[in-house]
Write a protein that binds this ligand. Structure first.
Ligand SMILES: [Zn+2]
Length: 351
């Protein structure tokens, strides 16, 4: 009688097992699994249809399950994955349920994060450098200011319009309008080039000149940041948080508090200034207590700038108190907004 392959294999194994008791114990489960696979393959092998259905089911399972891991979403990097879409907003809500120990969440500093080609390229056109007011004034030349700003009328009767480029509202609920045209001008200083909406340059430099005359030293980064740069800043924050063990969704949520989600930053339209002073270069609340912080809070409106995120209005602006961030809205609106102690959101509601 002809013995089958399986039978011969079994006989040999039994013979081997009798000689080596330890091996037999170890081999039993392996042998069991082997036999199971052998029989399954033999059974399915004879039925192509059944085999393909099984393979397809397995494939679907693998594909479907891979989408439910947030890590795959993170793989999208700084591109489309970061757009503030509603589906993500839902996930963020869910992420809030887990408590995050913010106190102990120390992020690596910016320099550690700013390595890599991608950053090097972006930083060419987006200077992170603080440039002093005197260097900026040197660059624009010694044009006399338009004869000292008088704190004249209150502009209560002025006709404001939502269509005015100066009053465009940009926040978490209002991203930059798609047809918005950024009107960039440049100020080339010895330390680097600043970009901002060219229509604000005169008021901007008038403000710097006035501060200088009052012996207040100011330093400003480039008012304009491109969408790519904003995405880089945002992606960098997400990476840093994820490096601290947070999920992508948690990192996204926290990053949104620290850096504006791309498309919702006033810096992208060249109308916002971040200002510090040589003795205090941190973007922190305490800037308000410096001479520069106080001078700006009192005088910036005369040149068309408002303190955009005031203390106590966080629930309206959706942004923490930022005494260093100033937004150009034009002298008329800035005067009304500052005198009334309201935010751009509140002003805009009434238009
Ligand atoms: Zn800012």
């Amino acid at each position: 009688m002809k013995t089958s392959l399986e039978e011969r294999f079994r006989k040999r194994l039994i013979k081997f097992g009798k000689k080596n008791i330890l091996c037999r114990r170890l081999a039993a489960p392996v042998l069991g699994a082997g036999l199971f696979l052998f029989h399954s393959a033999a059974y399915l092998g004879g039925n192509v249809k059944r085999l393909s259905v099984l393979a397809l089911t397995f494939l679907l399972f693998v594909v479907y399950s891979s989408f439910s891991f947030p890590i795959f979403a993170a793989g999208n990097g700084s591109g489309n994955g970061l757009n503030p879409v509603s589906e993500e907003a839902e996930d963020i809500e869910l992420a809030q349920e887990r408590e995050i120990d913010l106190e102990n969440l120390e992020l690596p500093d910016d320099e550690e994060l700013m390595v890599g080609e991608e950053y090097a390229e972006l930083s060419l056109e987006n200077s992170d450098e603080w440039i002093s007011a005197s260097e900026i004034l040197d660059a624009v030349g010694d044009t006399e200011s338009a004869g000292g700003r008088q704190d004249a009328s209150s502009y209560e009767d002025y006709e404001f319009s939502r269509d005015d480029w100066k009053l465009v509202l940009v926040n978490k609920q209002h991203s930059i309008p798609e047809d918005y045209e950024v009107n960039l001008g440049t100020i080339k200083t010895l330390k680097g080039t600043q970009y901002c909406d060219k229509r604000i340059i005169e008021d901007y430099t008038d403000m710097l000149r006035a501060a200088q005359e009052d012996n207040v030293a100011l330093e400003i980064t480039s008012p304009y940041r491109s969408q790519e740069y904003q995405e880089m800043l945002f992606g960098r924050k997400i990476k840093a948080y994820m490096g601290k063990g947070l999920s992508y969704m948690e990192a996204y949520q926290l990053s949104g508090q620290a850096v504006n989600v791309p498309g919702t930053s006033e810096h992208q339209i060249g109308l916002a200034l971040d200002i510090v002073t040589p003795g205090f270069r941190d973007l922190k609340e305490e800037f308000a207590e410096t001479d520069a912080g106080r001078w700006l809070a009192e005088n910036s409106y005369k040149y068309g700038f408002i303190l955009r995120y005031p203390l106590g209005k966080e629930d309206i602006t959706g942004v923490e108190y930022e005494p260093w961030h100033f937004r150009y809205v034009g002298v008329e609106a800035a005067t009304v907004i500052t005198k009334k102690g309201i935010t751009l959101e509140e002003f805009w509601e009434d238009l």
